[in-house]
Design a protein around this ligand. Structure first.
Ligand SMILES: [Zn+2]
Length: 237
């Protein structure tokens, strides 16, 4: 059989649900002949060969092995959340200023000076000097913040995330309170890894006392009974 465009279309449609008649209909064969057309096309060795190749290709494309799932879970479980977000303490304006006076960036000072000129106000003080860098750590001897600086929540640029931290990251949500960084559940991931590795097997008794059969007992407890039992114990001891 010649593999026409229509037959190719049939093959693609057939791969969707492996239903010959439906695939024939979608590929444009008339309703009446669908079943026979499908059977006829599918019986062709060339078509069979093509189908087998496409199925093989597809299985490679969507192949997910147990190892890959496990690796992904382990990446989530073992990731360091600190690579995603950090709480940082950074310097205050006086930490690095000369004599612990207010430190500016050059641009800020120029703008403040311009503003003062425009408003007819005195030139701002710049005895603390320039070069303020908000990313520097606080200075212990600072006479304003006493080495505490300011606390900031810092979020990593998620485009740069790599390795386990990238797997841990599950998105960002903008809420009224600000940004919320979402992560996959690390404890849950670790539990699944542990379960897969058989780490949490509970001890199973195969025999009852003295090697006899296991006694099976269903105990239904209600609150009154528990209270009565406690009261009895308290009376006795
Ligand atoms: Zn300071």
């Amino acid at each position: 059989m010649k593999i026409s465009a229509k037959v190719k279309r049939f093959i693609d449609e057939y791969l969707v649900d492996l239903n010959g008649a439906a695939a024939a209909r979608r590929a444009g064969y008339t309703d009446k002949s669908c079943r026979t057309s499908a059977a006829h096309i599918l019986a062709d060795p060339k078509v069979q060969e093509l189908l087998a190749a496409k199925m093989e290709e597809r299985s490679h494309r969507v192949e997910i092995t147990q190892d890959e799932v496990l690796k992904r879970l382990w990446a989530i479980g073992s990731a360091n959340p600190g690579e995603l977000m950090q709480f940082r303490r950074t310097c205050c304006r006086y930490c690095y200023g000369e004599g612990h006076e207010y430190q500016w960036t050059k641009g800020e000072y120029q703008r403040a000076r311009q503003q003062a000129d425009d408003d007819g106000k005195p030139i701002p003080d710049c005895s603390g000097g320039f070069g303020f860098d908000p990313n520097k750590p606080p200075v212990q001897g600072c006479t304003e913040c006493f080495g505490q600086g300011h606390g900031h929540v810092f979020l990593e640029d998620t485009r740069r995330l790599a390795g386990p931290a990238a797997t841990l990251f599950a998105g960002v949500k903008q809420s009224k309170e600000g940004l919320e960084v979402k992560t996959h559940d690390q404890v849950e991931a670790l539990k699944l890894v542990g379960q897969h590795l058989g780490m949490f097997k509970t001890k199973v008794e195969h025999t009852g006392p003295n090697g006899g059969p296991i006694e099976q007992k269903t105990v239904i407890v209600d609150e009154k009974e528990v209270k009565a039992a406690i009261a009895k114990l308290e009376r006795e001891y």
